[in-house]
Write a protein that binds this ligand. Structure first.
Ligand code: TPP
Ligand code: MG
Length: 279
């Protein structure tokens, strides 16, 4: 049974129609539900283990389903998958470095790859108001002058705040920036795939290809040094070089990402007029 509790009545049923809608503080609702369920017993514990195992298996299936990727996130072509990028970043940073994540689909595995971090050494969101990442990284560097700061931005998200590179140079607050470049708004494509069941469709505006954006020139235009990497085996050296360059001024590494993200969400059952125009 789907229960949707929200303090805002307008939110209830806005995305998915619940079986029960409750205008209430979700924390109180959860406490009330737990009270009614009573203490856990063997049956509930077994059920919980089942759900955890099924979720882990589903996650593994999604990883393997990424086109061009095989087990363990390695690209069959030697290109850079999101999983490869995350592992390489985790190896390139120290526990004192500040990591700022606005990589969206490319950094789905970053939190796991990084492992536990001390408060104040990892900042992230998964896509609210795009463009937050780089300005946040520069601001963090200004308030932590001695700290190395590594920011990861999706190529789309970067367009909303790229000028912060200039601030980084002008304020002598250098940061390292990895651009996770998949030439488009991949999270939105994955959402459309979830909605329609099709990998591609006549969906305008999801790719940044014609023309593509010259990210190296863009970085240099704002006073940063800039390099590109498109092979997994070259990534560790490219990241070390990025961190070294970032000691002298804002530094950009454009990492071309291969593979596609598993579908996000599902069809809107019964929503009139949704499926045909999108498919
Ligand atoms: C200011 C703003 N505009 C638009 C959106 C809608 N939006 C959410 S994710 C996304 C795509 C992000 O693309 P990118 O940063 O390249 O990451 P990718 O999905 O390719 O991993 C867009 C356009 C938003 N969240 N915020
Ligand atoms: Mg993108």
């Amino acid at each position: 049974m789907l229960i949707h509790a929200d303090v805002d009545p307008d939110e209830i049923g806005r995305m998915h129609m619940p079986d029960v809608g409750l205008v209430a503080d979700p924390a109180d609702v959860i406490v009330g539900l737990l009270d009614r369920l009573g203490p856990s017993n063997d049956v509930t514990r077994a059920r919980r283990e089942e759900v955890v195992a099924a979720t882990a298996a589903q996650t593994e299936r999604e990883r393997c389903a990424q086109s061009g990727a095989v087990r363990d996130g390695q690209s069959a072509t030697g290109g850079i998958t999101g999983a490869t990028l995350c592992r390489a970043i985790a190896a390139a940073v120290t526990e004192d470095d500040l990591v700022v994540d606005e990589g969206l689909t490319a950094t789905r595995d970053l939190r796991v790859a990084l492992g536990p971090r001390a408060p104040g050494t990892w900042l992230g969101h998964r896509g609210s108001a795009l463009g937050w990442g780089l300005p946040a990284a520069v601001g963090a560097r200004i308030s932590n002058p001695g700290r190395r700061v590594l920011c990861i931005q999706g190529d789309g998200a970067l367009m909303f705040g790229v000028h912060a590179l200039w601030t980084s140079a002008a304020e002598d607050a250098p940061v390292a920036l990895v651009v996770a470049n998949n030439s488009g708004y991949e999270i939105l494509r994955a959402g459309m795939q979830g909605l329609t069941g099709r990998e591609r469709g006549p969906w305008p505006g999801l790719q940044i290809v014609s023309p593509s954006i010259d990210m190296l020139s863009l970085g240099r235009a704002f006073g940063a040094s800039a390099e590109r990497v498109d092979e997994a085996r070259a990534l560790p050296d490219a990241l070390n070089d990025l961190m070294r360059r970032s000691q002298d001024g804002p530094a950009v590494l454009v990492a071309d990402i291969t593979g596609i993200t598993p579908p996000v969400g599902g069809p809107l059952d019964g929503a009139p007029g949704v499926s045909s125009p999108l498919a």
